[in-house]
Design a protein around this ligand. Structure first.
Ligand SMILES: NC(=O)c1ccc[n+]([C@@H]2O[C@H](COP(=O)([O-])OP(=O)(O)OC[C@H]3O[C@@H](n4cnc5c(N)ncnc54)[C@H](OP(=O)(O)O)[C@@H]3O)[C@@H](O)[C@H]2O)c1
Length: 433
């Protein structure tokens, strides 16, 4: 542990988008940060792969480490900032080394915390170190601080987040320009809004990491990626975006966490949210989180979820917190007090659903559809029939009353078995947030 009367000495491992941004803030706001923290915050060491690369910041006065793990062992490093990425590899080794030595560790790495968060929090506690990861979820939005401190009086019953800017950007452009998922993805990659390998983003894995972290803090449990079913946005069709609008909804990729007497449900899926809901108005690459607390009610947090400035802002906030001596446990409670609650499986999810069927345009089809729903005891809230431009069939668009997901799965199987149903039905959950 560092002496609070002396400068806090920081080693930064990873000098890419976020790392260079952190250096810029620590250099540019040195006086302001010293006043806020009550002591100077000094960079003493840095590390990345390529020493010769120009990173737009002056690094000449800092000790350079070719191996990032070295930063943990330096005498003049009290706190290590890890901005390399990846759930394992150098990031994990560095985290273990740093915390084992009783030094504090700050990261923006959601994969690392979602997968190894409990182990690292345990190491931190055992060695009197502090672990912080505000930038790992929703970039510049201080959602972790809000959950750990601002909402600490509440039992949190649920939260919904738009946590991946790339997905929200793609869905926004699909809606506004009437383009297919593939068309927008290709353009987003050309413009630098999506990675060359976009799998982590569009298949929901990045959102899942963030959801696991938020659920852990909100409910006082360990991050649990094993019980977090994930669906991404590859299958979203423009026609569903249009029908969502007609029904008064907009499609968003959500991280969802709920807690009730049965346990905890954590999911990632594209869902329809009412056009009047705060999350429906969150467009482009913006992130937002809605938290439901028993005393506070609903609170909404919105802002930039990524990028150099917003992400570095969150990293530096963590460094200031540590400089001030805020020793709050990483997940809001000590590791020994993290609860083990039952995971509610996906098929036990209760909610309302949207289903779109492509069917032959002939008498008796509607009767077959309603019979399948009746057999599974799913009741219809609304039903629409719309002509199709291409093959002469029609679309049947229905929404259900509240029901259990297992019944919807069974209904979809029945629909699939009908000769009059021309293609696999589309299904989306409706979240009345
Ligand atoms: N970018 C964002 O908007 C954002 C938002 C929220 C969270 N994050 C998280 O922040 C972290 C950093 O992201 P980033 O966008 O800044 O990544 P980045 O631009 O790719 O930078 C990664 C840095 O790590 C260094 N590095 C990679 N592998 C290394 C290794 N084996 N040994 C030593 N150094 C290594 C790279 O060195 P070289 O520069 O020499 O190649 C580079 O400086 C990730 O965990 C990411 O998930 C990023």
């Amino acid at each position: 542990m560092s002496d609070a009367s002396k400068p806090l000495k920081v080693g930064i491992a990873g000098l890419g988008t976020v790392g260079a941004g952190v250096v810029k803030i620590l250099q540019g706001h040195a006086g302001l940060l010293t006043r806020r923290a009550g002591r100077a915050i000094e960079i003493t060491a840095v590390s990345a792969r390529d020493r010769s690369r120009d990173r737009g910041v002056d690094l000449t006065q800092y000790h350079w480490c070719d191996n990032p793990v070295e930063t943990a062992s330096l005498d003049d490093v009290d706190l290590v900032v890890e901005l390399i990425g990846g759930s394992d590899g150098p990031a994990l080794t560095l985290a273990r080394e740093t915390l084992s030595k009783g030094k504090s560790f700050v990261t923006a790495n959601k994969a690392l915390i979602a997968v190894h968060g409990k182990e690292l929090a345990t190491l931190a506690e055992k060695n009197g170190a502090t672990l912080r990861f505000e930038a790992a979820v929703a970039g510049g939005i201080p959602i972790i601080k809000a959950l750990v401190e601002g909402l600490a009086a509440n039992e949190v019953t649920g939260l919904h987040g738009i946590l991946n800017g790339t997905c929200n950007y793609i869905l926004t452009r699909m809606e506004r320009e009437g383009l297919s998922f593939a068309e927008v993805l290709a353009d987003a990659q050309r413009l630098g809004y999506a990675e060359a390998d976009p799998t982590f983003d569009i298949d929901g894995i990045d959102t899942a990491h963030k959801t696991a972290i938020l659920a852990a803090i909100a409910f006082g449990v360990a991050p649990d990626m094993a019980n977090l079913p994930v669906e991404g946005i590859r299958t979203i069709a423009p026609v569903d975006i249009d029908y969502a609008k007609e029904l008064g909804y907009r499609i968003k990729l959500l991280g969802v966490a709920r807690k009730d007497s049965a346990g905890v449900e954590t999911r990632v899926y594209p869902a329809m949210v009412p056009l009047t809901a705060p999350l429906a108005g969150v467009m482009n690459a913006v992130n937002a989180v809605v938290v439901h607390g028993d005393y506070v009610g609903e609170t909404v947090y919105e802002g930039a979820g990524a990028g150099e400035g917003p992400t570095a802002s969150a990293v530096v906030a963590d460094i200031i917190d540590i400089a001030r001596g805020n020793l709050c446990p990483a997940f809001g409670v000590k590791v020994a007090d993290l609860q083990t609650l039952p995971a509610i499986p996906a098929d036990k999810h209760y909610g309302t659903f949207y289903v779109r069927l492509s069917v032959e345009d002939k008498p008796g089809v509607m009767a077959e559809i309603t019979a399948a729903l009746a057999k599974e005891q799913v009741s219809i809230k609304s039903i629409l029939q719309r002509g199709k431009a291409d093959d002469g069939g029609v679309y049947i668009i229905l929404t259900t009353h509240r029901t259990v997901e297992a019944s919807i799965t069974a209904v979809l199987e029945r629909f699939n078995a009908l000769k009059s149903v021309l293609e696999a039905p589309a299904m989306l959950r409706i979240e009345e947030v």
